[in-house]
Write a protein that binds this ligand. Structure first.
Ligand code: SF4
Length: 217
């Protein structure tokens, strides 16, 4: 994952277990799903950090239910959990929909994230947002799964726009000398731009009011 996304109010690295490719208990390929989700939602600006996890079976080695969006494989398809977090005030993510195919899973996550981004307060994680929403999880389910507000297309279009316009801002900055000039490698690294020339330092001295010398006591 690109630099800068380890600390932004945006998607963090998506955690996955080893899934059906490497684990005898695995029901679905959690690694590929985690990579796809990370590539889709990377750089998505949001009211707070966004964490995701994908587990290949109900043993839950990726701790997906401790994330804002958790995905767990079952023999019927993917189960989608929402509104989890760790930290000082932990919350288990709740089941939003079960037995989903890949396409429906991504569609519901698109809608969920965009609805959260549009309605949550600044610095409000998904768990607290769901608690404070009128109707709580049931309301979220109606909006995301049943399209009760008639905004599903709009939410999906907003996410499609994000996915289509994503760029790694740090890589773009490295290629742009103008933007790069705003950064220094060390706080005390010499910078000709920051340091006034000797003539301007002399000019500043000449306008500085004289200071009185205190008599030695
Ligand atoms: S969650 Fe299941 S599939 Fe994934 S590593 Fe654990 S036991 Fe294996």
């Amino acid at each position: 994952m690109e630099s800068g996304q380890a600390y932004g109010k945006s998607l963090r690295t998506v955690k996955s277990c080893v899934g059906s490719t490497w684990c005898r208990f695995g029901v679905l390929d959690s690694v590929s799903m985690a990579i796809n989700l990370e590539l889709r939602y990377r750089g998505l600006r949001s009211p707070h950090k966004l964490k995701m996890g994908v587990s290949g079976c109900a043993r839950e080695c990726a701790e997906a239910r401790g994330k804002d969006v958790g995905v767990i494989a079952t023999s019927e398809g993917w189960n989608l959990y929402v509104g989890g977090n760790g930290g000082a005030n932990p919350a288990h993510a709740q089941l939003l929909a079960g037995g989903l195919d890949d396409e429906t899973l991504v569609k519901y996550i698109d809608r969920y994230f965009m609805y959260y981004i549009r309605t949550a307060d600044r610095l409000q994680r998904t768990a607290r947002w769901q608690e404070e929403l009128d109707g709580g999880l049931e309301h979220v389910r109606q909006v995301v799964v049943e399209d009760s507000l008639g905004i599903a297309d709009e939410l999906e279009a907003a996410m499609a726009k994000h996915v289509g316009s994503y760029e790694d801002e740090w890589a773009a900055t490295l290629k742009d000398p103008e933007r790069l000039r705003r950064f220094r490698s060390f706080v005390n690294a010499p910078s000709r731009k920051m340091r006034p020339s000797s003539s301007s330092r002399n000019a500043a001295r000449s306008v500085r009011p004289p200071t009185k010398r205190r008599a030695p006591s």
